[in-house]
Design a binder for this molecule. Structure first.
Ligand code: CA2
Length: 148
């Protein structure tokens, strides 16, 4: 049976490519999805790619990935990264690996972005590599799932 990798995106990432290109680059979320789809297909994985501006929706999708036994989740929590105990708890609650992905490098930005509530629950974090970060996260999740 084909295994599925989830890519979940949080608030405002639907606006990617429309503003702040110096910070986030010029790729749109559709471009990110296309890059993820190509990587998933190359690895023989199905892709579930979603974006929501709502915290509870992201929590429900994390639970869904866990219930379905997904290969894992590449998760860009957007601004909720820096505020959400509920997302921390949801990432911790599911048994599948979650890799936190950030397009920019929050550690090199404003002090309020230096704290992540998600990092300590995630399997790992990729930040500052632009859209490539999503592709690398999918590759890492596939490699982790192939390990004995
Ligand atoms: O670097 C990232 O991927 C972030 O998760 C993006 C979040 C930000 O709050 C985090 O600190 C770091 C913001 C997403 C908003 O994305 C936009 C992109 C272009 C135009 C408007 C919003």
């Amino acid at each position: 049976m084909t295994k599925t990798v989830f890519v979940l995106n949080g608030p405002n990432l639907n606006l990617l490519g429309t503003r702040e290109p110096a910070v986030y680059g010029s790729a749109t979320l559709a471009d990110v999805e296309a890059a993820c789809a190509a990587k998933a297909a190359a690895l023989g994985l199905a892709l579930t790619f979603r974006q929501s501006n709502h915290e509870g929706q992201l929590i429900d999708w994390l639970h869904e990935a866990g219930r379905e036994g997904a290969v894992g989740v590449a998760f860009n929590p957007g601004g909720y990264t820096h505020t959400s105990v509920a997302l921390h708890d949801a990432v911790k609650a599911i048994k599948v690996p979650v890799i936190e992905v950030h397009i920019s490098n929050p550690a090199a930005r404003e002090p309020f972005r230096h704290v992540s509530f998600v990092s300590s629950a995630a399997r790992g974090t990729i930040a500052g590599l632009g859209v490539l970060g999503y592709v690398l996260a999918i590759e890492a999740l596939a490699a982790l799932s192939d390990r004995p």
